[in-house]
Write a protein that binds this ligand. Sequence first.
Ligand code: HEM
Length: 322
Amino acid sequence: MSGKNWDRVPIDAQSVDAPLSTAAVFLVVTVAREQAALAKVAAVLGGLDDLVKTVGFRDLGGRLSCIAGIGRDLWDRLHPDSRPKELKPFAPIKGAVHAAPSTQGDLLFHIRSERPDMCFEFERILLDSLGAAVTVIDEVSGFRYFDARDLLGFVDGTANPTGLDLPASALVGDEDAGFAGGSYVVVQKYLHDLAAWAKTPTHLQEEIIGRTKIDNIEIDDDDAPRKSHKSLNTITDADGNEYDILRDNMPFGRPGKQEFGTYFIGYSRYLWVIEKMLQRMYIGDPPGAYDRLLDFSTPHTGTTFFAPTRPMLQAIVEAAQK
Ligand code: HEM
């Protein structure tokens, strides 16, 4: 999965390093309890690669990709013999002021393309083939907003790892050799209070985010009384090593319903890194000094998955079908 030349991979399944796209669908479903539903899901997951090709080949420029993430409960049903070391359901967090809920989800499909119609077509056929085996819990269509800005107006995704740092941050390594190349995925659907944000002076918005708004320059806030979003999400261990994650957040919304959101999606080699970020955002560092982004952004979902590599996914679903 690493060392891949993005330009040469127009269509792909299970590639965490697929290019960030202009459109995406985030689809979360649960799987019915019956054995037949499990068998159906295993068959569809086994054919995911072919489905990406079927739809993606209709326009290679659309660069269709899809990643399937599997939640802990479904993992144990599909593959009771072993599971990725850290895989567990999203742990809800209760801070003094803000809370992060944990919501249901057996499967996540992160569908990306340069064309919204391609994401739509892929999702339509996918859901058609899954049929009554699944129940849709959440479905969000995201779009790239100008120069990769979120709806708060800030450029989102700048500090993402690139090059060799990308697999080192996002993909499991030798520490869990049986699952190497896979990735922990955490999603949260946030809704913003844009009216309150618009009343907040730009210099304060910049203090909250930790970057300037127009030109996206990082603000050094080491001596600031309150840490910014950027600083709360900078994770280091006792030896000073920094741990990054790969984010592919997307704005979404319906202005007619006053719905303005950010769909947060983080891929990580270690689940604990994202959990630590969330602890720091919601509880604060020091405790009480929580992320003020949360005064304007409320999470409505929170779910954890593991995205295995393509061969790993094939092996799991083949074993489940026997
Ligand atoms: C940085 C927006 C939620 C982790 C940033 C930046 C923005 C942003 C504008 C600065 C530019 C960049 O480096 O990307 C948002 C919005 C969110 C959200 C609008 C939801 C409402 C989260 C969550 C996490 C997270 C839930 C982790 C669990 C990070 C990380 C960075 C970052 C790791 C980079 C920090 C660094 O500079 O090293 N975010 N974010 N974000 N965010 Fe978020």
